[in-house]
Design a protein around this ligand. Sequence first.
Ligand code: N01
Length: 542
Amino acid sequence: QHTEALDDQAGGEAVACDVVIVGAGFAGMYMLHLARGLGLSAVVLDAAYGVGGTWFWNRYPGARCDVESMQYSYSFSEELQQEWHWTERYASQPEILAYANYVAKKFDLLRDIEFNTRVVRASFQDEDCRWLVSTDRGTRYRAKWCIMATGCLSAAQTPDIRGLDTFKGRVYHTGNWPHEAVNLSGQNVGAIGTGSSGIQVIPELAAQAKHLYVFQRTPNFSIPARNRPMDAEYENWWKSNYAERRAQARTMPAGILCDLGDKSALAVAPEQRLQEYERRWAAGGTAFTAAYSDLLRNGQSNETAAQFVREKIRRVVEDPQVAELLTPVDHPIGAKRICADTKYFETFNRENVTLVDLRANSIREISSNGITVGSEFYELDTLVLATGFDAMTGALNKIDIVGRQGLTLKEKWRDGPNTFLGLMSAGFPNLFIVTGPGSPSVLTNVIVAIEDNVEWIAECIAHLVDVDADYIEATASGEETWMEQVRQAAEGTLYTQAKSWYLGVNIPGKPAVFMPYVGGVPAYQRVCQEVAADGYKGFTIS
Ligand code: N01
């Protein structure tokens, strides 16, 4: 354990507090707010120089949320949700970051956040039931509770492509975009990756670059976002009854209030189905796959929606060969995270854009001035990597988390993450994870998932304080039972038929385990509440 020495560092006393929170994104900020409400002393540590987490780092041009802004926002404060004004149907990254900063100021959060501070180790001290948390600045904190608010998509993944380190031009990862302006005019730009990030950044790169080469391995399904300025009437519809609408959203599987079809796609006549798909295509956004109840359960139903989208791609893209390359055929629609775009497919009609198919020939190597694919060489000035994240476990595994008897979380999760409710893992007492693997998190409006988890953790800590407990810990059997439920929930779906980051297969050597809980927000919330009401059944409190 290379960070072991940090535990008995001679560098002075560790700062004592009740709660250490790792991460100053939406989860960490709300956790701090609630911890203070319980009268606890808390500190938040974050590697960034500001709040916002995901929205701090993902500053690439075109970055925008694909959950509507009226819903992708905190619901815990009526005053906040009334006074904040979103300017667009889908908020852009700068606006979401401005919102995060506004919240930090409004709730006076900044005084308890240490920025530019990366947590490198968190180790449980058996003798006094405290977490000793060490940072890359040599500072240490000793706290009873440690809360990982480290995010699900926060460990950017740079692919291991031969020669990448020899490239002399600039290389940007969408998940770690520079904070100063990037000027691409007059440049030949290469973009690798066509997931949600790639699909958003590619039209913007095309608009700036002299020529853009898109290196595509797997084409993706994408629905037009149809973003637009906020409609005053719509905003008012939400604000006039925000609490009730938020409660309604929490009764939906994804925690998003939307028009959810309750029939099988096969139960309606083909013309009617087509009409419904057309209507949703015109409305825009990811609610497209909510048209029928079985689109992610029945392959035949799924194919009706997939076929519809493939047809749209063929109609938009002028060159039939390019259209075929852009048409996804290897996975059910929605089995990989569905994308929402603004003129993505149209971008391939531009003269200055070339699609390079990596399925026919993969990248042979990257050299100082370009990329070789098969026998073709593409000369490039700048390379943009939209190659994704080590999702759900990546940010946690970057920290040496050491539980009872020297057990590391990395070691424990070698064959896949095991948690109880995504919230705790046996062997790691008093360590909470917000939106951890085994929770619905990434399959939902993550702000809903965050709020529910953070509130559950705060109530749990309040209870522990009440009963004067030393610790809470997931039991092995509680964890096993829950993981079985997580597995079973995924088994009945089409999610497992795509090579996605949900399964971890985008990361070499990562065990292929479907990580999120697909049972939906209401089912998950019910279990979380029952467990708490039942005296934290499945946990040991001592
Ligand atoms: O990452 P991804 P992302 N050679 O993993 C390709 C959320 N998000 O950052 O599919 C060539 O989806 C890879 O190819 P393949 C959202 O939940 C939300 O785009 O593995 N290609 C794929 O095309 C999303 O799902 C928003 O064959 C390589 C791409 O890189 C999640 O974040 C916006 C490669 C990675 O796609 C992650 O999205 C952005 C290689 N060696 C993100 N390695 C919104 O709210 C990887 N690829 C709108």
